[in-house]
Design a protein around this ligand. Sequence first.
Ligand code: NDP
Length: 453
Amino acid sequence: MSEYIKSLLEEVVAKNPSEPEFHQAVEEVAETIGVVFERHPEYRKARVLERLVEPERVIMFRVPWLDDQGEIQVNRGFRIEMNSAIGPYKGGLRFHPSVNLGILKFLAFEQVFKNSLTTLPMGGGKGGSDFDPKGKSDNEVMRFCQSFMTELQRHIGPNTDIPAGDIGVGGREIGFLFGQYKKIRNEFTGILTGKGLNWGGSLIRPEATGYGAVYFAAEMLNTRGKTLEGKTCIVSGSGNVAQYTVEKINDLGGKAVTLSDSSGYIYDPAGIDADKLAFVMDLKNIRRGRIKEYAEKYDGVTFTAIDSGLDYNPLWNHRADCAFPSATQNEINGKDAQNLINNGVYVVSEGANMPTSIDGINIYLQEKILYGPGKAANAGGVAVSGLEMSQNSMRLPWSREEVDRRLQEIMKNIHTTCVETAERFDAAGNYVVGANIGGFLKVANSMLDQGVV
Ligand code: NDP
């Protein structure tokens, strides 16, 4: 690592104390793009990286709401408007008790590079709240969303900042948020993506992140003359991304054998087929239950509860070919990454954002497995959000086939960008280098064009 990058990282840590996830995200990118600064001193002179790590704007606000008992609850809301060099801010909202400024800054930072890779004109942003939708009634979720949007609506707009879903924010929450925006502003615009099909949503948006992560894995396998047919796959999470990852694995002839939630994971050696997946979708999206119920319903399935005393997660310790981490950040540490390799896994396609620690990534790279980092592999979600924005602007919906065709084409293009960029910077086969530099160049060049703003 060059002295320049080292001192920049030290400054990021000093200026953003207590934000380890943000430090990690910046370190992972800065380490790999050092070579760009050696070849192109103009970026350093223009202090592009120093500007990239500083959000253009951070909005933090109080979200008071009434629970079903009539008691007042208070949460904290955030929107990080990270970078608008190539388009309006775009990125999801996360509702989870773990949400804090540092986590949202890491997500917004990643989003800038990811959105650039999609080839669509979208800047990077992220937002959310420490509100926990789990265990809340629909009415409580609605009152929270209305209070959250009462403040957020001042800061967003169809040409300014267009939020979407993320952990804890699905169709139900987007509906409540959209309704409140429309009521306050008296305008029906594409202010959020992930909307319902009857009111401006795009076909394939719910499926897009999971489908995209599997398409990306298929592209990586193709470089070795292989397909997903007959491959055993470990999937984590059981929310939006995990569900459609399993659906697409099944479509392409693979077999998914695990799913998880924050209580533990299930292992089903027979595979999670379409019927079982329908059960999971009902369990998680309608009944909002726990994944443990899957093991109670189907024979031959084991449930393993989370054991915080372990320094590894047994979920990643099963014989398989591919892994699709689709729950949350840092769910795979160095030991887990080694367990994956020892069990025969040679494809990791990240549906979640930053699910692998830097130690773990180094193991994948050392072992030269096919490793698709989240920025590239899970960009299908925001890409179809971009397509939803296009359809909203045209006021014309595309068919399912049309959106899916565009999604596949975008994932293929992202894959090509990663491969070609990695080769150009002497790191053939390294998708981390390819994604980080590929995403960086377009944003950096746009920042140079637009002057010091
Ligand atoms: P959901 O809320 O639909 O599902 C999240 C899943 O992950 C749930 O099964 C949840 O379990 C589990 N989970 C969440 N936090 C933790 C935790 N701290 N420990 C263990 N398990 C956890 O979210 P999504 O499927 O939308 O998001 C999953 C990942 O994909 C996130 O990293 C998100 O940033 C990323 N992503 C999502 C996109 C999208 O379009 N939705 C786009 C690109 C990336 P439980 O129910 O118990 O909380």
